[in-house]
Design a protein around this ligand. Sequence first.
Ligand SMILES: O=C(O)c1cccc(C(=O)CC[C@H]2O[C@@H](n3cnc4c(=O)[nH]cnc43)[C@H](O)[C@@H]2O)c1
Length: 220
Amino acid sequence: MIESSEGRILIMTSVEAERDAVLRGVGDNERVDVLLAGVGPVSAAIQTTKALQKETYSLVICAGIAGGFTEKAEIGTIAVATEIVSADLGAESPDGFIPLDDLGFGSSTRIVPEEHLVSALSSAIEAAGNITTIRGPVLTLSTVTGTAETTAALTQREPEAIAEAMEGYGVASAALEFGVPVLELRAISNPIGPRDRSAWRIKDALAALESASQVITEVF
Ligand SMILES: O=C(O)c1cccc(C(=O)CC[C@H]2O[C@@H](n3cnc4c(=O)[nH]cnc43)[C@H](O)[C@@H]2O)c1
């Protein structure tokens, strides 16, 4: 167990199916609250802020399913974010996307979880067996990527990114505001690319999310 980690843990999921999978994994543990963030970074930031105003937590985890970048994150694997990146906060230009960081508004579009927490979580999931775990930047977008063009543009902008989802940066922004460490844990449900809902393997991803969640209270 990580030192100084006996406090309460807040886990934010976007929808009920994800919350239920995490709850099955975590089991009955009074140190852990699993709450709904809603879909998208705005709802996630609001719901996380409300939770952090009510209760003191020592760790916040954004958990759920996600799209995986092909050949980096296969369906059913677990992605643990080394960076939580707001990938669509910025401006378009004829020369390409300009992130907010480069526009001079003095704000950052990436939040970096503590390395030892990332490492502890991903190593424990791996050690539990059966689930491949990958580490890398996880993008937060307000729109699910659904074309080859957008996939290529994101890959060019964030070549190290392994996955995309819709809440991480909102959850992490709230955690940062309250000075609480944050992690993002995602089970890959679908490939990122031209929209094909029939390729989403939500059941497999929720099963992986449940298994990965089993280690959370052992580690933290
Ligand atoms: O239909 C269902 O049974 C079902 C069960 C659990 C979750 C869902 C969702 O649709 C969750 C939406 C949630 O998933 C993230 N997500 C998943 N894949 C992607 C993606 O390719 N790009 C962006 N986000 C993705 C996202 O965080 C959504 O909030 C349905």
